[in-house]
Design a protein around this ligand. Structure first.
Ligand code: FAD
Length: 549
């Protein structure tokens, strides 16, 4: 592993970014930017990437966290999209089988629902064919009795049957960080908390960016042959700065997920179900919780401050109660939530839910290449599309030939497993080690799906940490790992995007807040006022995730 992906080397990295001349500068550290950085660096380009906040802090930590074949696009007859994302999910599963995990999804058939029996059966067959689903994973139609056995919370009087089909679940921000780390290993210089404020021009062409280190408020310049804007919902803001926001533009829609204790909504498995307005929503069990989403409403507010409001929560709670009346969920049951915006390409006359999820590349007269739209699932193909375009430019203008794309066989950091069976064996060995350490073996699932083989390094560090409470000791070992190898700079990077604790184990954030802040103070020499300031940000995040107006 190439070292240096740590806040402890931040000064060196800033120095390098401001003095080197890059082939490519990428703006935006979500999954799209990370994917482009990996593709470009692994094809031999000297690559830099900057992210104005933390990696994955934009849309790429706020999705439904599915690597999916997009069943709903079939309903909209987006055949090519279903085929492409269907193929891609199998590729991404192969690259990180611990992090992209096969998950059966139940589609209950109800009277007057979105899909009737025949539509479900035929639709799922077409979906399996387009998405290239392996024979043993292909759809299975269930009768009423089998559907109720699969999910006993469904109402007997409404259910007519069901379909079981294949999806993959993941953790979007973990996926982004592992792709980013892999790009770093190929030599890309990727840094969070660096904002692009404007472009550098030479002979009227974009040749770099004026940047601000938002942690120290210092300004500097990055010089690069080409600049790609992968800023998700902020793409048009940067096109505006480049005076090239013309033609197609973004249409932002907000999507909210709510989290409830699994004991309050104890689904046995993931379900994709109808809600009263004709849309469909997922309920996904994950460890101690079940999460439900998503909404899809037009968004014109502050992109840096997207919030879950009471109306969003009520919509999802009512949706659950519509199909699972016995659950009788209430707004007060919601313990956490997240809200994000989709950077879609505007289509005249279409509503939020109807707009295509296709991606598009824009190239300005001054040479700025921007990419928007798309899905988490399709990030690798989006990256290939951009780097193929750059390869053409390098060949035309610099007479330089790049290697072909090979990210379909570039395993991510931590993903060194041949298949899901090996992940299972490894998880078992981790569970045994945890038992010896006096830690609940259920933590093995969390550790292995988050960190893959890198769990070994965390458990090794565990032995050198001194704390009487095993849970605090383990969290401190995780902090050590994410600070040394995953560019954690602030406590919320750790609690939200490296560990997902704010969403999936919010109580643990309350317990771990002070010990983790103390570790930050030790590692980074923080004084009390900095500790208080960062502690207040954690309190605010706890508040926003679970209090709605
Ligand atoms: P982002 O993740 O937003 O990254 C852009 C980054 O650019 C941001 O981090 C931002 O801080 C940075 N940036 C902006 N301006 C600047 C600047 N001036 N300088 C430096 N950095 C800057 N897809 C799926 O495949 N499966 C799903 O289950 C799924 N569910 C979804 C559910 C919801 C509710 C939403 C909203 C989306 C969902 N998606 C899903 C879509 C998917 O999440 C997005 O397509 C994807 O995350 C977009 O990634 P991105 O990198 O393009 O944008």
């Amino acid at each position: 592993m190439r070292d240096g992906f740590t806040i402890l080397q931040r000064e060196n990295l800033l120095q390098r970014l401001s003095s080197a001349h890059y082939d490519l500068l990428i703006i935006g550290g979500g999954i799209t930017g990370a994917g482009i950085a990996l593709d470009a660096a692994s094809r031999g380009l000297k690559t830099a990437l900057v992210e104005k906040s933390d990696f994955a802090s934009g849309t790429s930590s706020r999705s439904t966290k599915l690597i999916h074949g997009g069943l709903r696009y079939l309903k909209q007859f987006e055949i090519a999209l279903v085929r492409e994302v269907g193929h891609e999910r199998a590729v991404v599963h192969g690259l990180a089988p611990h992090l992209v995990v096969s998950e059966k999804m139940l589609l209950p058939i109800i009277k007057d629902g979105t899909f009737g029996k025949i539509m479900t059966s035929v639709g799922l067959v077409i979906y399996d064919v387009l998405a290239g689903v392996e024979k043993e994973d292909q759809r299975k139609m269930l009768d009423k009795k089998e559907t109720l056995e699969a999910e006993p919370l469904l109402p007997e009087d409404k259910i007519e049957g069901g379909g079981l089909y294949s999806e993959y679940r993941t953790d979007d921000s973990r996926l982004t960080i592992e792709v980013m780390k892999t790009a770093h290993n190929f030599g890309a210089d990727c840094l969070n908390y660096v904002e692009v404020e404007d472009f550098v021009y030479q002979d009227d062409m974009v040749k770099g960016a004026f940047c601000r280190d938002t942690l120290s408020d210092r300004r500097f310049e990055i010089r690069s042959q080409y600049v790609v804007c992968a800023a998700g919902p902020w793409v048009d803001d940067l096109r505006e700065k480049n005076s090239s926001r013309s033609g197609k533009y973004l249409h932002l829609t907000k999507g909210v997920h709510i989290v409830v204790p699994h004991s309050r909504f104890p689904v046995k498995q993931s379900v994709y179900f109808d809600v009263p307005d004709g849309r469909m929503v997922f309920a996904i069990p994950r460890g101690k919780v079940t999460y439900v989403g998503t909404t899809d409403t037009n968004f014109e507010g502050d992109k840096n401050n997207v919030r879950t409001n009471l109306e969003d929560v009520q919509y999802l709670v009512e949706g659950v109660n519509f199909i699972f009346p016995s659950v009788n969920l209430a707004v007060g049951d919601v313990i956490s939530s997240w809200a994000g915006v989709r950077p879609l390409i505007h289509e005249e006359g279409k509503s939020a839910s109807e707009i295509s999820r296709k991606d598009e590349v824009f190239e300005s007269e001054t040479g700025l290449i921007s990419i928007a739209g798309g899905k988490l699932t399709g990030y690798r193909k989006m990256a290939q599309k951009v780097v193929d375009l750059l390869a053409e430019r390098f060949e035309e203008n610099q007479n330089r030939r790049l290697k072909n794309c090979h990210t379909d066989e570039t395993v991510f950091t931590g993903g060194e497993f041949r298949n899901a069976k090996e992940v299972k064996q490894y998880r078992k060995s981790v569970a045994n080690k945890l038992l010896e350490l006096g830690i609940d073996e259920a933590e093995a699932k969390y550790l292995v799906s988050n960190y893959g083989k890198q769990t070994d390094q965390i458990l090794e560090e565990y032995n050198s940490i001194d704390d009487p409470d095993p849970a605090i000791r383990l969290a401190k070992a995780e902090l050590w790992f994410t600070m040394q190898f995953e560019m954690v700079c602030l406590p919320l990077d750790f609690f939200v995007r490296r560990t997902g604790r704010l969403y999936f184990d919010i109580e643990s954030v309350k317990k771990l807040k002070n010990p983790i802040l103390a570790s930050f103070a030790d590692y980074l020499g923080w004084g009390q006022s900095k500790v208080d300031q960062e502690g207040a940000k954690v309190d605010e995040a706890l508040q926003l995730a679970s209090n709605f107006r």
